[in-house]
Design a protein around this ligand. Structure first.
Ligand code: FES
Length: 141
């Protein structure tokens, strides 16, 4: 299996690792087949994500994609973060091997789950976001 230099960099030196005690959006997702779990902490002030941390109990690609995802949403608005796709994360990492595509899906869903939690805490119906969080199909790659 070949990993890009960017994947190896984010795996060996992951950005924004840890927890955020004052997070106001926390999301956790997992893949039932590989057992990997990803938790995302967002601090949102005035619709802008001012801080972000993650904890991933999972494979190297899951760590690299969650690390990259945190860099891609930091400083962005909630609306912008909702547009983050696993494809964009993969492209930012110069690609992933086909069997590791689902790891990037986990990163996208962790961000969405944290945003849904933020909406819920604001008293906003998170259904439009939660509705897009689906079971991850391991066979799809
Ligand atoms: Fe499942 Fe990477 S092997 S998230």
């Amino acid at each position: 299996m070949m990993y890009s230099e960017k994947v190896l960099d984010h795996f060996t030196n992951p950005r924004n690792v840890g927890e955020l005690p004052d997070a106001n959006g926390v999301g956790e997702v997992g893949n039932a087949k590989c057992g990997d779990i990803m938790r995302m902490y967002l601090k949102i002030e005035g619709e802008v994500i001012t801080d972000v941390r993650f904890k991933t109990f999972g494979c190297g690609a899951a760590i690299a994609t969650s690390s990259m995802a945190t860099e891609m949403v930091k400083g962005r608005t909630v609306e912008e973060a909702l547009q983050l796709t696993n494809k964009a994360v993969m492209e930012a990492l110069d690609g992933l091997p086909p069997v590791k595509v689902h790891c990037s899906v986990l990163a996208e869903q962790a961000v969405r789950a944290a945003l849904a939690d933020y909406y819920k805490r604001q008293g906003i119906d998170p259904e439009p976001i939660v509705g897009t969080i689906q079971e991850i199909d391991h066979n799809a790659g």
